[in-house]
Design a protein around this ligand. Structure first.
Ligand code: PEP
Ligand code: MN
Length: 403
């Protein structure tokens, strides 16, 4: 059993070979047990205990089950040589080593190349339920009726398209007919619009929601529409298939908690100046209330660029994929604010691994009441779908159509 004193744990050094559980398992003639080489609940529990004594454990290095005590010692020495503390935590199958004392983030690659190391995992992230540490496999978010409907986060790319705002029944029907024909299975359109100016069109309200439900029955498209505050959510929930939380509301915590109590999936757009951590923490609010069906959306952030409305930060997509099991889609319409940039950025988004796209399409963009300059003409949307279908194909992804 463990022979180290608490003092040695705290110092982390020197690591003396001990008669650990792992050591006993190695010496015995028992058939080798196959274990997952990721931290277990027990590892996190031990890490939390080390944290309580010595400061936050920022990384867990999980050793391979067959790692020797020499290999464990070498990892501890490496940690010490960097000026940090190593906390070896022997377990029944293999040892995990907690690291404390580092002022900033550590790179897992620094340790993963050492002999005997299975994986190095950051554990001090403030988000938990959204993180891959808690759920390693990708989440598949189902939208619409259990039989039928659409899943986001799997092989199929989700294509959501429609006007910025619902302006009339005729406009919505014309947009729906076009986007359905081109390959969208989900229809977007705001009935409540959070506008920068209080004098701009604020949306048709409940009348717009009713038009959206007609679109669902007539065209078989699922409805994605925005909810702007907790009270408004009571109404939008009655009509929508997906609740959109807009960029301006990404940190509206009472709205996040409200949609967290909804049975509907949530499309959470990244705030205009939100860091990756803030984005994931906003999603954490929704999951913490019990709604695990969150789809993230990169929609561009504010930068010094003056050639486009926003800068679509496509680098956030692989970063989200690394840290979280949630699907992420891209919005090249708001992300660029320019019609001529939408198709190129849509192609790029699919190439970097987006799970889908949300695109503004209007039957007559020049007469749109909002975001006309970034809305595609219907023929352009057809081209977009054709091109992203081809790019998705290279990556083993498909685009489904309404049958
Ligand atoms: C929208 O989708 O029309 C919208 C207002 O988006 P965002 O919240 O990203 O600005
Ligand atoms: Mn818009």
């Amino acid at each position: 059993m463990l022979s180290r004193s608490a003092g040695e744990f705290q110092q982390g050094l020197p690591f003396r070979p001990v008669d650990s559980d792992a050591g006993i398992a190695l010496k015995s003639n028992r058939p080798q047990i196959i274990v997952r080489e990721r931290p277990t609940e027990l590892d996190y529990y031990r890490a939390a205990r080390v944290s309580a004594r010595t400061g936050e454990v920022s990384m867990l290095i999980v050793m391979k089950p067959q790692a020797s005590q020499d290999e464990v010692r070498r990892v501890c020495e490496k940690v010490a040589s960097m000026g940090y503390r190593a906390h070896p935590m022997p377990g029944a199958q293999r040892t995990a080593i907690g690291i404390t004392g580092n002022p900033g983030p550590l790179e897992p690659e620094e340790f993963e190349s050492l002999p005997g190391v299975a994986e190095a995992i950051r554990v001090s992230k403030p988000f938990k339920l959204v993180s891959r540490e808690v759920k390693s496999e990708d989440s598949l978010i189902h939208i619409g009726p259990a039989s039928g409907g659409v899943s986001i986060g799997g092989k199929e790319l989700a294509i959501i398209a429609g006007p910025c705002a619902i302006e009339s029944r005729e406009q919505a029907r014309a947009a729906a007919a076009h986007v359905r024909k081109a390959g969208a299975r989900l229809f977007r359109g705001g009935a409540f619009k959070p506008r920068t100016s209080p004098y701009s069109f604020q949306g048709m309200g409940e009348e717009g929601l009713k038009i959206l439900t007609e679109i669902r029955s007539e065209y078989g498209l699922l409805i994605v529409t925005e909810t702007i505050d907790p009270e408004n959510c009571d109404l939008v929930e009655k009509y929508a298939d997906v609740l959109q939380v807009g960029a301006r509301n990404m940190q509206n915590f009472s709205l996040l908690k409200r949609v967290g109590r909804s049975k509907l999936p949530v499309l959470l757009k990244r705030g205009m100046s939100a860091t990756l951590d803030e984005f994931l923490m906003a999603a954490e609010y929704v999951l913490a209330e019990g709604n695990y069906n969150v789809i993230l959306c990169e929609r561009g952030v504010r930068t010094f660029a003056d050639h486009s409305r926003n800068t679509l930060d496509l680098s956030v997509i692989p970063a989200v994929k690394r840290l979280s099991h949630l699907p992420i889609i891209a919005d090249p319409s708001h992300g660029t604010g320019r019609r001529d940039n939408v198709i190129p950025l849509a192609r790029a988004a699919v190439a970097v691994g987006a799970d889908g796209l949300i695109v503004e399409v209007h039957p007559d963009p020049d007469r749109a009441v909002s975001d006309g300059y970034q809305s595609l003409f219907p023929e352009q949307f057809e081209t977009l779908v054709e091109q992203v279908t081809a790019i998705g194909g290279v990556l083993g992804r498909t685009v489904g159509h309404v049958r």
